[in-house]
Design a protein around this ligand. Sequence first.
Ligand code: NOJ
Length: 768
Amino acid sequence: MHSKKALVFAVIGAALVVAAGSAASAQTRLYSPEAEQKAQALLKQMTLDEKVGQLNESSGIVMPGLGGKKPDELIARGGVGSILWLSDSKEINRLQHIALEKSRLHIPILFGFDVIHGYRTVFPVPLAMASSWDPSVEEQAQHLAAQDARAAGIEWTFTPMVDIAHDARWGRIVEGAGEDPYLGAAMARAQVHGFQGKQLGPDSVLVCVKHFAGYGAADGGRDYDSSYVPEELMHNVYLVPFHAAEQAGAGAFMSAYMDLNDVPASGNHWLLTDVLRKDWGFQGIVLSDAFAVGSLVTHGYAKDGEDAAYKAITAGLNMDMASLTYSQHLAQLVKDGKVSESYLDSMVLPILEAKYDLELFEHPYVDESKVDAMLTRPEGLTLERKVAARSMVLLRNENHALPLSKGLKKIAVIGPLADSTRDIEGGWTVEGLFGQGSKSHPVSVYAGIKDKLGPNAEVTLVSGPVPSRIYPGLLDQMAGRKMTPPPTAAETADWIAKTKAAAEDADLVIAVMGETAGMSSEAASRATLDLPGIQQQLLEAAVSTGKPVVLVLENGRPLDIRWASEHVPAILEAWYSGTEGGNAVADVLFGDVNPGGKLPVSWPQTAGAEPLFYNHNLTHEPEDRPGFTSRYWDISSKPLYPFGYGLSYTTFKYSDLRLSKNSIATDGSNEVSVNVTNTGSVAGDAVAQVYIHQRYGSASRPVRQLKGFERIALQPGETKTLKFSLGKDELQFWSPQSKEWVVEPSMFDVWAGGDSTASLHAEFSVTQ
Ligand code: NOJ
């Protein structure tokens, strides 16, 4: 696998027009030439049914409620190209033996699974890892996950999820990198490199970039609902991280479930062929989301199964995940001449190429004797603890409430999540899905604090009733979690009394609150963002005692914490922080790690403010102007905490913002430099951020757009000078008027600082 192509430019008229991609033939091949040769030779020996078989990804388990049976027979007939939802190495080997010993051509199966943020060692959820603003740690984490997964028999992961999310009501916001295309692109590239490595081989795992595309724009934040996204927003925002992943060499994409502008993504020719293959030159595999080909009928897009298979394959979708629609109808479509065999061959080719480059033919089986040792490598937990602490965001710290003293003698740890080991890892855990039970040993926040302080401190736990969803969650169901009814008034009063008593008896209260893991993931959208259950009441009870309270949030989306943001002096956003999460929280609370994470989303005041994102356009009445205003009259139009925000136990000063030129040509580039100084008394990490605004042009441009960032460590008193480049990649946008990528003559504002409200400013012009 090779890294991707250079873009082609042409100066036309006043603006620099940037042609994204060129003919596929002019590009570097995605898979190796050797893999292509072998795949072509194999294709020549394949029957029509065997070709169709490669386009089928079957479920490796019999799913409750979905019927079906084990895929053994189908595999023996050469009818299965890939298997998903199977993580048991023994069973993986059993099925692979059938493929290699019983099927005519002995083509190995490609085993896929949702290895989203770790295998047995579970890393923080992707939204958390994006909060690190450190692509290198995300790459390291995903690399470790890839090694673990591959050793256990998983060769294909359905990650990275690079959907931009503007709306915290959408449960899947937890799986992505938040609202910003630039940060999202950086995290997407890091994940592709982490899983695949420089080149696909026997240790790497093929990625599947999802959900292509526009899934995060679901109406009302309701999962699976239709998205209506104009083309300019697709190009300038939603497609950006996908393109970055593609350019980084991603071998596969997953089509999304929903309608995009009335055409379901899994049958959307514009997306899967015009953009992905023609404009970008993608040569890899497009896999549908689960059952999505069959669902083209449910959407009211395809007449029946045959029509669904036809619409999906001709749109450019190679592989059908779990619906068996291709298996049932594709061969007939070819026999009837509706789909040509040469087109079918072009759909099969990348699947075989990937199998060759992954060296599945040479190394088809898992060495079962080595799996456990690999998955319990101590370096996994060490890295997890580091990544988790790096991902935490300090939202509030009045009067230096944090860090806490290790000399504290009596601490009350409260809240239903405080000692939960099943929630701290988040929803998508390989071994937690399908009721297989997690084999990792997650550390709860309560356990982490107790361990940090040792026997000299008394740490009491008062948990609380685990909040339930009205509708049981998909991941909760898969993990076999039972929903409990809400507590009665008497039970609530009892929990409040216990919480108060524990707080009164303690020197300090640590409240661990948020959402259970299944409340924030697939099919986990919500209409409010309150702390669910009676958590708010418990928090207020603790604060009412007058004892110092620290709030640790364990969640996968911003929540409505307006009350806490005024009444609780210290708030740490820990997210679902993974296997070592409790230890990492303790590291941060007690000052062994100085928090440096930053928000990858604008934190709303309340749910009614969603969708909310910092990079919106100006209105004719900008929001700070008195009088007419486009914003709300009942809440501040500003986020509670802005995009890019996060505190530290030290302070930083940004100064001396300089540009190398006052003016550049449309094909030129400007260099930004800025000094960052640690003005406090402890070492800490700053995340320097650079934003731009194009003042006028062929379209209104966002008030600010992130175009550079770097996380750096600074000793007290130390200053570093950082440099960022503003050239074509940063200045171009897809113009809705000329319908192409342009760099336009205009004035540009530049800001540098520690979040998206940075005030240090400079400007330059772009001329023809
Ligand atoms: C459905 C989800 O939308 C997708 O993200 C996941 O990869 C597949 N199921 C497979 O589990």
